[in-house]
Structure formats: C-alpha cells, structure tokens
Design a protein around this ligand. Structure first.
Ligand code: ADP
Ligand code: MG
Length: 467
C-alpha cells in the first residue's frame, strides 16, 4: 500500500521488513533530533521499500522532503546503517496522492484548518503547548547556568520589556535547559500577567507558518498575528538558517516587535555570531540585547539536579547512586534524567531497592558509552592513526590536502562526539579560529553526502571512538 509510482518495484526486502526496521530506529532518531523536530519532520515519514541497498522513504510534501533532506538525511542514514550495514543510501519520495502542494502539509503539530477559512488560529493556538514541569522552581541553578537563569527570571518578572535584555538570547548545547527556561518564562508571564500576549514557538514552526501563509497568500494575516504579541519567544532559532524569505520575514517581525517595545526571547544551540546560514545583519541584531550562554554541566550541578529529581520522583535512591550517576553521565541533563528514570522504573518493576550494583546493571549500555568519555585528544590520535599522519599535524597550519582533510575530519568528529564548543575545539587544534572549525564541520558534512568512502571512514572512526 505504500508503493509510490517513483519507486522501483523490484524491492529486495519486503516492505514489511523495512517497516519493522523503520520502527526499530524511531527511538534513536527521536533522541538524536529531539522531540519537537522529530514530531514536526520525522514523524510524518512512512517507510517505503528497500532496494539494492537503498531505502526509500515517503514524505507528505515537497517542502518536508527538502527540509528533511537538508537537515536530517545524514542522521537517518547513519541510524539506519547502524541497524543494517547493507543500507547504502536513503532517498525521500513524495507520497502518492499527497504530492499536490495545493493543500496544507500533514504536519501533525500544526492545526489543519485551512488558513483562509473563517476559523483563524489565534495566538494561543499558534503557540506551542508549554510543559508544566518546566518551571523556574524546578530549574536547578549552578555556575554553568546562573546567568541564563537570572536573565530569564528578570524578563519573566518585569512588567514590560526588560531594558538591556531585548532580545534575550539564550544559547547552549543540547539538553542543557534552554527549552526549560523558555517554558518557564512563558508560563510565568501567562500566570502573573495574563493580559500580556505571549507567543512561544519553535523556529521550525515559525517557518512552517510563514511558508504556509505565503502559499495561501495570507502573509498579512501572518504578519498581524506575529506583530500583535507582547512577548515573542522562538526556540531553536538555528533552524531558521538557509531559507532566505523566512529569514527576511523573521527579521522584519523581530525588528517590528523590538521597535515597538515588545519583548523578544530567542534560544539557539550556538551564539548569534555562530549562526551560519543566517544573514550577517540578522546575526548582529540578535546579539544586541542580552546574550546568555549555558555552559556544560559541572559535577555539582549534575548532583543537584539528580537530588531535585529524586525528590520529585519520591524515590528511595541512595546518595552513592546519585554521586555515581553525576560522575559518569556528564553529557547533558536530558541523558542524566533519563538514566535516573530508568533506574527508578526498573526498581519499581522488579520490586527491589536501588543500589550501585543494580544501577550499573540497568544502565550497562549507557555507561559503556559514557565510560569512554571521548576527548578531543582521543579523536586526534585515532584520526591521525587512521589516515597515517602524525598527531602533531593536527595542530599544524599546513594546508596540503593529505593533512588538512584528516584535520577537518577530526574537527568534525570533535564537534559530533564531544560537548566542546567551536572555540574550544579550535584551541585544541593549534589555536585555530572557531570559524575554521565551523568550516571544517560543514565541509565534511557536505563531502559525506557524495563521498561514500569518507562517510564510511567517519562511521568507522565514530564506532571505534565510542568503543
Ligand atoms: P535544551 O532545550 O537546551 O536542549 P531542555 O530544556 O529540553 O534542553 O532540557 C532537557 C531536560 O533537562 C529537560 O527535562 C529539563 O527539564 C532538564 N533540565 C535541564 N537543565 C536543568 C536544570 N538546570 N535543572 C533541572 N532540570 C534541567
Ligand atoms: Mg530545546
């Protein structure tokens, strides 16, 4: 029933198997891309066929296809390949019957109402739902996030726009609490100043709304909806990169709001100046207000978060177990919480108390991957060995391809496998600028799309490094 006209008929693997394989990789994909992106972009995908090493996946519209291709195809390919090495490539096709762009894309997170019908979505329905658990009270403050927390609180508590903090730009790596703080701000304002209109949404949804408005020639409506709010909050703004017309609209919306003394809060996984693919004037404007970064967690903060979480769960977890987890799982808070949840759920299931031994047993896989907490030095060493160059070349400035390419590979892997920032990574490669690292990451991503051998080298290195 899934066969599309554009797909080859001689599928080597029955579509049932590909459906099963696709099911199997969903949890991993969800983790890799994050809940919101997963729901918007990957959830609508329907597995098609598997033929001659190529997996065909179906998406509802051309727009989703383009978006998934540019943002998630590598992740999808990598994840599928990890499950079945016979998979060489992944292709996206538009599902038959849905190919016509004449109706709204079937993105589940967006209201399906025709935009020009009488029932216009108001700000409330445009706004993404807030997670009630993401409050200021539930946010544990420590050195790495104190600035972001204080700034967020100030914006949430002030009656009007916060001087010097418009826009408030929060940035930091995955799972460090950006969305939590955004929801906390939005929730606080809605509760304490219900007359102020707060619009919170992801950059992806902003783009989606805009593109839909353009498609239905409803951009006036779009503009009004966005420009009539008191507080505009856009999460994960790095996703706005690329699409020029959306960036343009975003920029105008943003300027109009700031000029009219409305509060704007933005989050991203990197600083404004590192938002590649975003026009220079927008980047600089984003940095005009208060830029607050969230650093990687420290042991103390992780322990604090685990203690708070234990309280919430009202579970009997020995201190030694919390200390053990805080020590071992340093990547991000999401993973840390996930680990504690798993340990507690397991103990409730089997009806046995939690101790260090059961913890290690339940989390064996996770701990194994965390145990080898990969350092930039490990990566440099492995990559140098693999490409047969000296480790010292990783720090050199030589530009000949034979050393420059491996160096770029190592930088790209450092970005992918460690939580180091671009400037940190640059420093470890003989004091290179963060733009050099960014360029390397981009270049390697591009090359991997066409150069299968390089893609495989990188897969192999990743596996070796992850142990
Ligand atoms: P991001 O948006 O930066 O990727 P999230 O805000 O989604 O990260 O945070 C991931 C998870 O970690 C959420 O469940 C959030 O509640 C939790 N979290 C992150 N930082 C903290 C903190 N300082 N205190 C309590 N919970 C936190
Ligand atoms: Mg987030």
């Amino acid at each position: 029933m899934y066969a599309a006209a554009t797909q080859p008929k001689e599928s080597a693997v029955p579509s049932q198997d590909i459906t099963e394989l696709w099911q199997r990789v969903q949890p991993q994909l969800r983790r890799d891309v994050g809940e919101a992106s997963y729901n918007s972009w990957l959830h609508p995908i329907i597995p098609g066929t598997f033929s001659q090493g190529r997996v065909f996946l179906q998406v509802p519209t051309r727009f989703i296809r383009e978006w998934v291709e540019t943002h998630y195809l590598d992740t999808i390919r990598r994840t599928l390949r990890a499950c079945d090495p016979a998979i060489r490539g992944v292709e996206l096709t538009i599902a038959p019957g849905e190919a016509s762009e004449a109706r709204p894309a079937a993105t589940p997170t967006v209201s399906q109402t025709h935009p020009s019908s009488a029932a216009q979505p108001d700000n409330e329905s445009l706004s993404a739902p807030l997670d009630p658990r993401f409050t200021f009270e539930a946010f544990v403050v420590g050195k790495p996030n104190e600035l972001a927390y204080a700034a967020s609180r100030r914006v949430a508590e002030s009656q009007a726009v916060t001087p010097g903090a418009n826009p408030l730009f929060l940035y930091g790596g995955v799972g460090l609490g950006k969305t939590h703080l955004m929801h906390a701000i939005a929730g606080h304002i809605r509760t304490h100043q219900p007359e102020r209109r707060v619009l919170y949404l992801s950059a992806e949804k902003f783009m989606y709304q805009f593109i839909r408005a353009v498609r239905y020639r409803d951009t006036m409506e779009f503009k009004e909806q966005f420009r009539s709010v008191d507080v505009l909050m856009i999460d994960d703004v790095q996703f706005i990169s690329g699409k020029e017309s959306t960036q343009e609209e975003f920029f105008h919306t943003f300027n109009a709001l700031v000029d009219n003394n409305r509060q704007v809060v933005i989050s991203a996984d990197r600083s404004p100046s590192d938002l590649e693919g975003v026009e220079e004037r927008i980047r600089s404007r984003l940095g005009w207000g208060l830029v607050a970064d969230i650093h990687s967690t420290t042991y103390e903060l992780r322990l604090g978060i685990l203690q708070a979480k234990r309280e919430q769960l009202q579970a009997e977890v020995p201190d030694a177990v919390l200390e053990f987890l805080a020590h071992k799982i340093a990547s991000n808070v999401r993973e840390l919480e996930g680990a504690l949840n798993r340990v507690v759920a397991h103990s409730q299931l089997v009806g046995r108390p939690i101790n260090l031994e059961t913890t290690q047993e339940v989390l064996r896989d996770l701990l194994r991957s965390c145990d080898r907490r990969i350092t930039v030095e490990d990566i440099q060493k492995k990559v140098a060995e693999h490409f047969n160059i000296k480790v010292s070349e990783m720090h050199s400035a030589r530009r000949s391809r034979s050393v420059a390419r491996p160096r770029q590979v190592a930088m790209a892997l450092a970005k992918r496998l460690t939580s180091k920032s671009l400037p940190d990574i640059g420093r470890k490669f003989g004091g290179k600028d963060h733009t050099t690292v960014m360029h390397a990451v981009k270049r390697i991503e591009e090359l991997c799309r066409t150069d299968e051998e390089l893609a495989e080298d990188i897969e192999l290195l990743t596996r070796m490094l992850r142990g």
